[in-house]
Design a protein around this ligand. Structure first.
Ligand code: SAM
Length: 310
């Protein structure tokens, strides 16, 4: 898509020039680049060897360094969704950066896990595979219309250890159930995923970012209440907005002394987390967060934070 033909709002330009400085044009270039498609082998239905052997007959697969089951597909990849392996649930079409939050949460077989905002289920299916279908996942989604897709994906991928719930994530923190691990892959403005949908740019405005930021803070608080002591919460967004990312974490760390951000070590190129923005200085704990822009690894932009509950 030609970026000259798409309107970039002055407020967006001003803000993202502040974030990226002399890399702003590079950020735009990668935000408008045709996305490299990728798959994750669903090890509940197939082995990595089986998928590689078959798919390498038609495509060239390139390993994604931070996810053992993930592969970029090079060559003509228009029909991945129609390939039998997709229909049989042997592979899941998933953006490589979106594979990161589950890898960082690292759920193990036998654990009790909450996926607070689960539809359409990329990360639920990934976690079920990591857990070898053992233990349990509550796959929650507040939007009734998105449940069908979540359900279909869980069935297609042979997930047997997940139960779907249709609740507002904000209510879950008030229940007495405590999980070993919680993922809150929050609703966000999606400014890391412009190349997937240019609508993101059309919809973007500062008011929406502030509104989302308030919801994200509440969802993180609720997610943290759902985890047991010693447990882990992963907060993620596909937004590059400091107020949806570092500020959410910062405000939370200021409030909760029992939340400790943990180092995220993965083989990928990363941005420095933002420690202050628009005259607001953030908690030093944000330095542990993972921020990646599209131009770093030729992926969507993503933000991930791993918090331990003392
Ligand atoms: N984790 C999903 C995946 O990997 O396939 C993507 C989740 S998407 C980024 C965010 C989801 O949060 C949307 O499906 C949205 O409907 C849901 N959502 C929005 N507000 C919510 C709330 N208050 N409680 C729970 N889910 C919510």
């Amino acid at each position: 898509m030609d970026k000259e033909k798409i309107e970039i709002k002055p407020g967006f330009e001003e803000r993202y020039k502040k974030i990226f400085k002399d890399e702003y044009e590079l950020f735009l270039k990668y935000s408008f680049k045709f996305p490299k498609r990728a798959i994750r082998v669903n090890t509940l239905r197939a082995s990595i060897e089986e998928v590689k052997e078959q798919l390498e007959k038609i495509w060239n697969l390139e390993s994604i360094p931070w996810c053992e089951e993930g592969f970029w597909i090079n060559g003509d990849r228009r029909d991945i969704g129609n390939h039998l392996f997709h229909q049989l649930g042997k592979v899941y079409v998933q953006e490589p950066a979106s594979m990161i939050p589950a890898v960082v949460l690292n759920p193990k077989p036998g654990e009790f896990v909450l996926d607070m905002a689960a539809a359409p289920g990329s990360k639920t299916t990934q976690m079920a595979a990591m857990m070898e279908n053992k233990g349990g996942i509550i796959a929650n989604e507040s939007d009734y219309k998105r449940l069908k897709m979540l359900d279909m994906n869980l069935q297609r991928c042979g997930v047997l250890n997940a139960v779907i719930t249709n609740m507002n994530g904000l209510a879950l923190g008030k229940k007495n159930t405590r999980f070993d691990k919680v993922l809150i892959d929050a609703p966000c403005s999606g400014t890391g995923t412009i190349r997937k949908s240019f609508l993101t740019l059309k919809m973007w405005n500062k008011k929406m970012v502030e509104k989302l930021s308030r919801l994200q803070e509440k969802l993180l608080e609720s997610a943290f209440n759902c985890v047991k002591k010693g447990g882990i919460v992963v907060y993620s967004t596909c937004s590059l907005e400091p107020f949806e990312d570092e500020r959410v974490i910062s405000n939370f760390l200021i409030k909760r002394s029992d939340a400790v951000p943990e180092e995220i070590e993965l083989p990928l190129k990363r941005d420095s987390p933002i420690t202050e923005f628009e005259k607001q200085e953030f908690h030093t704990g944000v330095k542990k967060c993972l921020r990646i822009s599209p131009q770093r690894n030729d992926t969507d932009g993503f933000f991930v934070c791993r918090l331990k509950k003392l």
